[in-house]
Design a protein around this ligand. Sequence first.
Ligand code: ADP
Ligand code: MG
Length: 350
Amino acid sequence: PIPMEPPRIHRLDQAVVNRIAAGEVVQRPVSAVKELVENSLDAESTSISVVVKDGGLKLIQVSDDGHGIPYDDLPILCERHTTSKLSKFEDLQSIKSMGFRGEALASMTYVGHVTVTTITKGQLHGYRATYRDGIMEHEPKACAAVKGTQIMIENLFYNMSARRKTLQNSADDYPKIVDLICRFAIHHTSVSFSCRKHGAARPDVHSVVSSRLDAIRSVYGVSVARNLIKIDASDSDPSSSVFSMDGFISNSNYIAKKTIMVLFINDRLVECGALKRAIEIVYTATLPKASKPFIYMSIKLPTEHVDVNIHPTKREVSLLNQEVIIEKIQSGIESKLRSSNESRTFHEQT
Ligand code: ADP
Ligand code: MG
């Protein structure tokens, strides 16, 4: 037989490349909301409100009162790899902002229709511009605006039929979006958050600037807030690990079927399966009627000890000395739980 010719390699169209990459950064509506809220936080907002229609597939709108976007930057705002936050690779080591790679807004324009309204300090009016495939569609139009920026994403995944179909078949993302805003709200206590469905009179999350415990109470309810223990731990031994941790964990009166773990590392909302499992183990071992815990935890590490760049959604980070840190946190939690449980038993007996 005639040997088969190997398939030839060709260069993909830039438009195809961009859409594939965009589908990775914006996996679902809730990932778009996370990126937009993080942009609002980076813009030093004190108030952030989210409106969602059709689980985010029809509309996601995030409004903030942050510093706004300069008029001259609007033309490149949604191009790939345009950012005000990072200049050289080395800056990643010390980056404090949530964003850094200038891909979020661009990605949204490849998989949805993006409208930006913004006003910066000292301007008499704002500007509105719309974007598709990274490009500003026309000159920005002058418009009335209040302080800050509003970004609207319409028809998310209109051009990715498989993604749209799987999302339409599964439960919509609205509960995930509410959950996300709850998490942000209890960490960023100097920012007020709200989240509601389009057309709804009342928001489903509404937080006001307050103490951490008040924020937890207003977002997760009294039954959580009245059953919490304050925790902290730290280590400053450079040969093992350098970190500090503080937070709240549920006591033995708290009852729930599912663990709620809200974890911020250097103010980034992240997940850490290993830490979550380690804490669940402490609960099962320490409390007789082991319920699943509620955990809010904020960990601070030297920025050069955290690699924020391992995942396109930045959901996971990797830490230097992760095992040592987890062990220290585990033993801190264990002693707090034991002493709270003993004092409870004592109360019950007297
Ligand atoms: P990154 O956050 O990684 O820089 P994005 O694509 O999310 O990339 O945003 C691009 C740029 O747009 C940001 O660097 C910032 O300058 C600007 N920007 C986006 N959203 C806002 C906002 N809500 N307020 C002010 N500036 C914003
Ligand atoms: Mg961003």
